[in-house]
Design a protein around this ligand. Sequence first.
Ligand SMILES: [Zn+2]
Length: 292
Amino acid sequence: MRLIRIGDISIARVWESSIRLPLSQLGPVDELIACHRDWLYPRFADLSDDMFEFNWQSWIIDVDGFVIVIDPCAGNGRERPAIQPLHRLDLPWLERFSATGYTPERVDAVFCTHLHCDHCGWNTRQIDGRWVPTFPNARYYFVDAEVRRWDPDAPGYREVDYNANVFDDSIRPVLEAGLAAIVPADHMIAPGVRIQPAHGHSDGHCVLRVDYRGTRLWFTGDAFHHPLQVSDTALNLGGDDDPALAIATRERLCSTIASEGSYFIPAHFAAPHAGRIIGAQEGRFRFVPLGY
Ligand SMILES: [Zn+2]
């Protein structure tokens, strides 16, 4: 699926790659599976083995002609030995990007929900051995707490193997080209388009809230990796800087999205990639896939 339509908003999807993961990697899920079979199969788990499709994909949104790219995937030619599916990729992501009808030159803004390797890779591409910004006319929005988290030269830097080399090949070249705007966690980038804090998965992880002609949606990055986390916010895939804060963030997002009646588009969900959240019994929430 290349285009998602929600209210007056069209969102183009640029797929990079996918893997299959076991639902059990999220934590104890047997009871939840029993309660949510009606929407879980076959899109969000395979009935034969309870594996789910985990996508790497980016979003392009056009708000009154202002074009924003959200979470530009992992990128080609990166040294990512700790994550083999992203190591030294050579994939036609840029060709798929152009197939949406948008060119990189047409992009006004790039927003990375956080600076993990799979959310900022295509910030840059390699030309003649140098990393250069992929979107030459865009302003790249980086949240200040997230830049502090991942700059290896920042005081107290905590290294993690899965994010080695990312700052040098995907962030620093954008800073040096003068295309970056380092902004607070609550920041408006265009009318109706606002960065909002959603910390926990990483120190400065944020989401993007869009409110356009009465349609409200949230690009929630890695606040959720699988829709079952809507019903049990303690489930997680690991790799959180602050797991307790990540849970609190999920709970807050669930109640906000449910009470607004808005849609959310996480970074990694399988088709239809987006959905709503409704209140369910005992203060729990329930995911409703787009189109249901
Ligand atoms: Zn991710």
